[in-house]
Design a binder for this molecule. Structure first.
Ligand SMILES: Cc1cc2nc3c(=O)[nH]c(=O)nc-3n(C[C@H](O)[C@H](O)[C@H](O)COP(=O)(O)OP(=O)(O)OC[C@H]3O[C@@H](n4cnc5c(N)ncnc54)[C@H](O)[C@@H]3O)c2cc1C
Length: 400
């Protein structure tokens, strides 16, 4: 008789929950430790491409996804100053036809809730809230996690899904904290019914301006709209405390000249917003792309999601890569014929080049989105001439 293997997971964000789901389906007993006292995803949206919705469908979450998400009909790219359309990428049916899965936009809390509910149906998953990982020790035969209260838990493997400022990464790689990118993200969540018709949307719109861009898209079946404005600026002192109340006036100054429709949209945020503070501010920080598989797994410990490969949001794939990681981790953990270290190494080997490519592409997109002068003019001409050929990313949406 074989004994059930025990997986410890530090972190209960989208990546940690997805990893718990995949590992439990691979036959492992899962103990997840989340530092926060309760699960509370911030009020913001995320886009999830066909590469990610395909996995959620395979996990049997298609109906929940359809109920919670919106499926925008297209991505439209516009100039933030003149308002002119630069290009369009049809999504909707085209994404289904081309990639076999939808392009969706969803509130982070809805995605998190979908995953938590799926975990609640699995008897081999145990969630521990208010239990942060402080230390771990890997002696080659087992891994022992120590929580903030001094409790020690032993398992066969540990996954660090503890986000951008990962403690597991610090202990495993010791490569210092992530570095500020000099970009600030302001996010707002608006009730569409509180907006005039002209400001409501069923599509993803990316407004590109010099040293800035703004993205808007529907969430919650279209009832709400997520707006993200990214500008250049200094991070607040406490950058780790990533969700700050933010001031609309600071944002307006940072954005500078804008066309009327974009100005009207941003001005509507305080009135139609779900919370008192309206704009929330994130100071973006990152790391260079993953350089080899040993940056994602060593011995009985593996990293996943932002802990492994943080990336700026310019390709809208950070959460998506965490879900892809989880799916691959599930495949690797199911390889009963090889030892635990080999399974984690195979996970890392299968993932590191793809996530490094996505990280690099996200950084490059940021440079293109925020371009000034001649580069900006060249970008606009190529989007106008080539349209969906430059806006689509087939290697990303069709692969894993
Ligand atoms: C402005 C912006 C827009 C974005 N847009 C998109 C998008 O459109 N599409 C997309 O796919 N991604 C997007 N992302 C990226 C996405 O939000 C992240 O990549 C994703 O949330 C990472 O998930 P994670 O589970 O790895 O980390 P996190 O969500 O950070 O979760 C980590 C969890 O670990 C917990 N934790 C931390 N330390 C410990 C510890 N020591 N012990 C136990 N628990 C711990 C934390 O409390 C947290 O719950 C965006 C990001 C930003 C900032």
């Amino acid at each position: 008789m074989t004994t059930t293997q025990q997986l410890l997971i530090a972190g209960g964000g989208i990546g940690g929950l997805a990893a718990a789901f995949a590992a439990a389906h691979a036959g492992w007993e899962v103990r997840l430790f989340e530092r926060a006292q309760e699960f509370s995803e911030v009020g913001a949206g995320i886009q999830i491409g066909p590469n990610v919705t395909r996995i959620l469908r395979a996990w049997g979450l298609e109906q929940e996804l359809a109920a919670a998400a919106a499926c925008p009909n297209r991505l439209q790219v516009r100039d933030a100053i003149s308002g002119a359309e630069l290009g369009v990428l049809p999504l909707g049916q085209r994404a289904l036809n081309r990639y076999g899965a939808p392009y969706a936009t969803i509130h982070r809390a809805d995605l998190h809730r979908m995953l938590s509910r799926a975990l609640a149906r699995l008897p081999n998953v145990h969630l521990n809230l208010g239990c942060g990982l402080i230390e771990y020790a890997d002696d080659g035969k087992a891994v022992t996690l120590t929580t903030g209260s001094g409790k020690q838990i032993e398992g066969d493997a540990l996954v660090g899904a503890d986000g951008l400022w990962s403690r597991v990464r610090t202990l495993m790689l010791g490569d210092g904290p992530p570095q500020p990118t000099g970009h600030l993200a302001y996010r707002g969540m608006l009730r569409q019914s509180a907006l005039p018709d002209a400001l409501r949307t069923t599509q993803v719109t990316a407004w590109l301006g010099p040293r800035l861009h703004v993205v808007q898209y529907p969430v919650r079946g279209g009832d709400w709209m997520n707006v993200v404005a990214i500008v250049h600026g200094q991070p607040p002192d406490n950058a780790q405390d990533w969700d700050h109340s933010a001031n609309a006036h600071d944002l307006e100054i940072a954005l500078g000249a804008m066309c009327t429709p974009l100005r009207d949209l941003l001005a509507a945020v305080p009135q139609a917003s779900v919370n008192v503070h309206a704009w929330r501010l994130w100071a973006l920080a990152g790391r260079p792309p993953v350089g080899n598989e040993r940056e994602m797994a060593r011995g009985r410990v593996a990293l996943l999601g932002d802990a492994a490969h943080p990336m700026p949001p310019y390709l809208a794939q950070g959460g998506g890569m965490a879900i892809e990681d989880a799916a691959e981790l599930g495949h690797a953990l199911a390889m009963d014929s090889v030892d635990v270290e080999t399974r984690l190494r195979r996970y890392a080997l299968a993932r590191w080049q793809r996530v490094a490519r996505v990280q690099a592409r996200a950084v490059r997109n940021g440079q293109i989105f925020h371009a000034t002068g001649l580069v900006r003019a060249g970008r606009d001409v190529s989007i106008r001439l080539l349209g969906e050929r430059v806006l689509d990313v087939p290697w990303l949406y069709s692969g894993t």
